[in-house]
Write a protein that binds this ligand. Structure first.
Ligand code: AHR
Length: 499
């Protein structure tokens, strides 16, 4: 089937922030300890960071890294993890001991090594507004007060300049330690925001939001003037309790209205005339939720084997196939299309668990989703322009809910570069068997045409230790000529350059 498109480079949707390709890392399982932070490992540098993992993170130009949680943060006290005498604490979210050898100073060092912005999520569960503001003092004041002096005493004379802060994680959820009611939330966020901004007026603050009118209206009524961001989270294939991944077709069903949360929050911000002031931080997202059964429970007699050991099942690399790659590309396309209001998005997480990078003691595996970030970060432009297509095909697939979902078969975004000529077109083909012929607009005749393809042999292709089935292939197609068509393979993510 031939697909005809038109691109109008003069109709600009917006300039996307590089932070829509952001990431998240939590004190969970092997993300931090035995993950990026592994002092004594042969591949660890002098600060204890795995150099192979750092290199992979740098290649996808991680723009921002959210830390330390996630549910973990809602009973985390940052002071336990700075200074010469670290006190191990019991992590009541994930029910393990945290040695606190990785804390704020190590995190900032990690961000400097990656070259990314830090983004700290504070404890609005058991924490207080004052404790949050003291964390800002520690990181951002020159030397005023005991906490900036403590940072200097710990070896960092210069302030860290942490610009992005989130007040709380998912404090709306009963599963979250220190969960809050709508009213409690608005008041706490306002008091915390006041104190944090009084410490550093340049700090940009976010707070946990929901695509839920009551929660957001109360939050925005109480502290709209203090907020720069609203944080939303979404996982589609829910597997916390049962590790049963959606198959390819079921995963494609999840692409149905993939940006509904953005639409709903955009509507609330517009209604409250805050859409010019507040942006959306989609600061946790992934097709697949993390598997951690029996943790948000007070069911007595639950043994460690029932809630700690099963976390290793997240490490099954065969789970991360072209379904994950195609879904991830559809999500990133949606964030590009909504770049006027989405200023940040954080893949949850970057390393291990459901991350795009897997590590073990021997080395790393770049999962299918890693290559999607490589394509978008390194081959797409920074300015989203208007793309119009004639009669796009649709496909009906059966979702994990057993229902029929009709979704667009192709998902496309056109971009240009603000610093050079040319166009980069992302074309995602969700169909498991059908290929398409994309007709290149005549306006690009004469342009050098190159396609970067991520296809896999089949929908279930994946990468693992000693096995590479999913990787970017470059194909030079020569000068674009009249009537030129480019083949778009089944189950594929493609970036076409016309330069
Ligand atoms: O499954 C991981 C958890 O998902 C994160 O810690 C939390 O923010 C979200 O509910």
């Amino acid at each position: 089937m031939e697909i005809t498109i038109k691109v109008n480079e003069k109709r600009i949707t917006g300039k996307r922030s590089p932070m829509i390709y952001g990431h998240f890392i939590e004190h969970f399982h092997r993300q931090i300890y035995d993950g990026i932070y592994d002092p004594g490992h042969p591949l660890a540098d002098a600060d204890g960071f795995r150099t192979d993992i750092l290199e992979a993170m740098r290649k996808i130009k991680v723009p921002v890294l959210r830390w330390p949680g996630g549910c973990f943060v809602s009973s985390y006290h940052w002071k336990d993890a700075v200074g010469a005498h670290r006190k191990p604490s019991f992590d009541k979210a994930w029910r393990v001991e945290d040695p606190n050898t990785f804390g704020t100073d190590e995190y900032i060092r990690l961000c400097r090594k990656i070259g990314c912005e830090p983004y700290i999520c504070t404890n609005a569960g058991t924490g207080t507004a004052e404790e949050m503001s003291e964390w800002v003092e520690y990181c951002n004041l020159e030397s005023e007060g005991q906490y900036a002096k403590w940072r200097i005493e710990n070896g960092s004379k210069q302030p860290y300049g942490v610009r992005y802060w989130s007040i709380g994680n998912e404090n709306y959820g009963s599963w979250e330690i220190g969960a809050k009611s709508t009213d409690e939330w608005g008041r706490l966020v306002r008091e915390a925001a006041k104190m944090m901004k009084h410490v550093d007026p340049c700090a940009e603050l976010s707070a946990a939001a929901l695509p839920d009118v009551d929660w957001n209206i109360s939050l925005l009524k109480n502290c709209g003037p203090y907020l720069d961001w609203l944080s939303i989270h979404e996982y589609w294939d829910m597997m916390a309790e049962k590790n049963c991944p959606a198959d390819y077709e079921q995963s494609m069903a999840f692409t149905d209205r993939i940006d509904h949360s953005v639409d709903e929050v955009r509507g609330i911000l517009k209604a409250m005339k805050l859409d010019g002031q507040i942006k959306i931080a989609f600061d946790e997202w992934n097709l697949r939720s993390w598997h951690h059964p029996n943790v948000h429970t007070i069911k007595q007699g639950v043994r460690k084997e029932e809630y700690i050991t099963p976390r290793d099942k997240n490490d099954d690399n065969s789970t991360y196939t072209m379904a994950d790659a195609v879904f991830t590309a559809c999500f990133l396309n949606a964030m590009n299309r909504n770049c006027d209001i989405v200023g940040m998005a954080n893949f949850a997480p970057i390393l291990n668990t459901r991350g795009c990078i897997y590590s073990n003691k021997e080395g790393i595996v770049l999962r299918s989703t890693y290559h999607v970030f490589d394509l978008y970060v390194n081959y797409m432009g920074d300015t989203v322009v208007d793309l119009w297509a004639e009669s796009l095909p649709e496909m009906t697939v059966t979702g994990k809910d057993g229902k029929a979902h009709t979704v667009g078969t192709l998902d496309m975004v056109a971009t240009t570069w603000s610093d050079r000529a040319g166009m980069a077109l992302a074309v995602v083909n969700k169909h498991r068997e059908e290929a398409f012929e994309l007709c290149i607009p005549q306006a690009y005749c004469g342009a050098e045409t190159v396609i970067y393809k991520l296809e896999g042999k089949e929908t279930d292709s994946y990468n693992d230790v000693g096995k590479t089935e999913v990787f970017i292939e470059k194909e030079e197609l020569g000068n674009c000529h009249e009537g030129m068509k480019v083949r778009i393979s089944p189950h594929s993510v493609n970036v076409i350059w016309l330069v």
